[in-house]
Design a protein around this ligand. Structure first.
Ligand SMILES: [Zn+2]
Length: 205
């Protein structure tokens, strides 16, 4: 699996493209903003996008869904618990900042234990609730797309509507830290890390 980080928008969201080098089948993970920039990158890499995936339903992770969905004809995938956030600006928090965003409803629902296959590659869905009720992380090929669950030296907020700080800590400790320490952490904002580094020095854990 290969991947590329595309920082998008003023909130510094990390949108990721992940693809199978043999078939060029690809995922777009968290297209928060700047869909035209994401589309240009997809085109220049020659990728065939199979799914648009949201690690959770906050505005800064879903804002590009609509344009990408229309341009690529790829299904939008999110957990069932966060699905309602896509179409409701008050739930995805965009209403709160006076710039209501909505996305098409998802065509595909993700749950713990699902495999997302693209070409010869596969990522496993881990339910990591706490930042939102249906937050997910994606694991495989030595990397973890951790959304807003785990950051380098920090964790996601647990105090937003639907969030739960203790549940977030439990998700990280029971689902993420047991994975191999050399796993590269690719978070929804900010720089990358490794699970071993976070287990050793993240002040929240
Ligand atoms: Zn978030």
């Amino acid at each position: 699996m290969e991947y590329k980080i595309l920082p998008v928008g003023s909130m510094g969201t990390n949108c990721y493209l992940a693809w199978c080098p043999d078939t060029k089948e690809a995922l777009v993970i968290d297209p928060g903003f700047e869909p035209q920039k994401i589309l240009r990158e997809i085109e220049s890499l020659g990728l065939k996008v199979k799914y648009i995936i949201n690690t959770h339903g906050h505005m800064d992770h879903i804002g590009g869904n609509q344009e990408l969905h229309l341009a690529l004809k790829a299904p939008i995938a999110i957990s069932s618990e966060d699905a309602g956030m896509l179409t409701d600006p008050s739930l995805n928090l965009s209403g709160m900042v006076g710039n209501p965003i909505s996305s098409p409803a998802p065509q595909h629902l993700l749950a713990e234990g699902d495999s997302i296959d693209f070409g010869d590659c596969s990522l496993q869905v881990l339910a990591t609730p706490g930042h939102t009720p249906g937050g997910i992380s994606l694991y495989g090929h030595g990397v973890l797309f951790s959304g807003d669950t785990l950051f380098k030296q920090s964790i996601g907020r647990g105090d937003l509507p639907g969030g739960n700080h203790n549940q977030l800590i439990a998700s990280i400790k029971t689902k993420l830290l047991p994975l191999p320490g050399e796993t590269k952490v690719l978070p929804g904002h900010g720089p990358d890390s490794s699970l071993a580094q976070e287990a050793a020095s993240n002040p929240w854990l």
